[in-house]
Ligand binder design. Sequence first.
Ligand SMILES: Cc1cc2nc3c(=O)[nH]c(=O)nc-3n(C[C@H](O)[C@H](O)[C@H](O)COP(=O)(O)O)c2cc1C
Length: 479
Amino acid sequence: MAKRIYFNAFHMNCVVHQSPGLWVRPDDKMHLYTDLATWVELATLLERGKFDALFLADVIGVYDVYRDNREAALTQAAQIPVNDPMLLIPAMAHATEHLGFAFTGSVMQGHPFTFARLISTLDHLTKGRIAWNVVTSYLESAGRNFGKSGLPPHDERYEIADEYLEVCYKLWEASWEDGAVIKDRQRGIYADPAKVHDVHHEGKYFTVHGCHLSEPSPQRTPVLYQAGASPRGQQFAARHAECVFVSGPNPQVVGQIIRETREKARELGRNPEEILFFMYLKVITGDTEAAARRKYNEFFEQISYDGALALLSGWAGIDFGQFDPDQPLQYIETNAVRTLMHAFAKADQSRKWTLRDLAKFVGIGGGGPVLVGAPEQIVESFQEWIQVGVDGFNLAYAITPGTYVDFVDGVVPVLQKHGLMQTEYQEGTLREKLLGSGYARLREPHPAAQHRRSLANTLNVPAAHPVRSDGADSTAVAK
Ligand SMILES: Cc1cc2nc3c(=O)[nH]c(=O)nc-3n(C[C@H](O)[C@H](O)[C@H](O)COP(=O)(O)O)c2cc1C
C-alpha cells in the first residue's frame, strides 16, 4: 500500500492571498471574505474532498516595503484588508466533523497567556482539531503596530518564540493535571483544587504567575506547525515542530531543507520521521492538459505585477521597486523571510532568476511552484516532491472556490484510486488523524512532554505515566 499524502488548503482571511489580480474575476469569491457563508462553504467542500486541514496564513502588519509605501498593497488588496484567522474557525468547525484547522499566529502579537487560552478554547470547540503555525513575522510594520520601532533582529525573534512556547507548554501541559476535572454533579464539585497548579515563569521576555484558565482541551498542546527555513528557523522547527511548511522553486532546494531539518531533529533526540513536511504548491487542473493550460494562460494574463511586487518586497524585506527587473537576483541578507531569497538567489543551481521571473512566479504561484495538467499528470508530478521527503501539500488557490472544486472533483478521485489519499477520516483528534491513535499527546523528548514531566516531578510521581488515546491519564496520580 502506497504511503498516503496529506493535503491542506492554504488560505487567508482576506481578498488576495497568493494570486494578486485574480480577485476581480467573476468566478472568484474572495471579495466576500467578510461573509461567514464563504468560509463554511469552503470548509464543507474541503471535507467532502477529505482534505486534512484548512491552513490559514496571517500577517499583523501592512506590506509597505515596495516603493516604501502601502499604495500597491492597498489598491491590489495584497493581504490587506486582512481579518483575524481564529475567529473563522468555530463556524467552520460546526459545519464539519473531521477537517482540521491550522492557523497562523505570530509570537510578536499578544501575550502567551492570552494566546494559550484562545487556543485551548478553539481546541475545545473543535474537539481537538486545531493546529498552530508558529511564526515570528517579517514585516517591520508589524513591530511598529505593537509599539516597537520595528521587528527585533531575525534570530532574536526565534529566541522570543522559544520562550513564548515554553510559557504555552507550561500552561497547556503542567497547570491542570489529568483528572483535575471531576465534574461530579451529585457532589457539586467541578474541579479538584489540589490538581490545578500555578505556572511560575520568569523569563527574559515574559512573566506569568498563575494557573491556566482553561481546563485541558482534547489535544492540550495543538498540533505545531512551523514555517521558515533559515538555519535558526530550522533549529526552531527541529525542536518544536510536528509539521513544517516548506517552500522553494524545485524539489532539489526543498529536499535540502527537509534533510537539514530532519538531521537537526535527530541531533535533539527526536524521531525525524515523525515530523511531517508540507510543500507549498498551487494546482491548476482541468479535464485535459489543454483545458488546464488554457486556464493557466487566462490567469497569467490577469496577474497584477504591482500586487506581486508588493508581496514579494514584503516577504523579502527588500524594496524591489528600485531594481532593474532584468538583472540576475543577488542574495541580500535581511531581517525578513530569509528562506525566500536564499531559495531563489543562492540554493537554486538550475537557473539564474531575474526579478521579472520571480515576480511572474509569485504573481501566479505566490510563494511556490504551480502544477498545470490533467488530474493524472498532477498526481504524477506530486511524486517528485514525495521522493525528496515531502509528506503533504499546502495547496494555494488561484481562485476560490474554483481551484479547490477542480481539485476535489478531478484530482482527489485519482489520488484515492492509487491509494495516495485517504478515503475516510481517522477518528480522534487532529494529531491522531495525522500520526495515528498512539499519538494523542506529544511524546518525549519533545519539550511539551518535558513540561508534563516537570509536573510529575513536582508531584513526586513517575515521569512517564501512560496516557490513553482519549487523552485521559490511565493511572491514578499518587500524591
Ligand atoms: C512557507 C512559509 C509560510 C509562511 N507563512 C507566514 C505567515 O502566514 N505569517 C507570517 O507572519 N509569517 C509567515 N512566514 C514567515 C516565517 O514564520 C518566518 O517569520 C520568516 O520566514 C523568517 O524566518 P526565516 O528567515 O527562517 O525564513 C512564512 C514563511 C514561509 C517560508
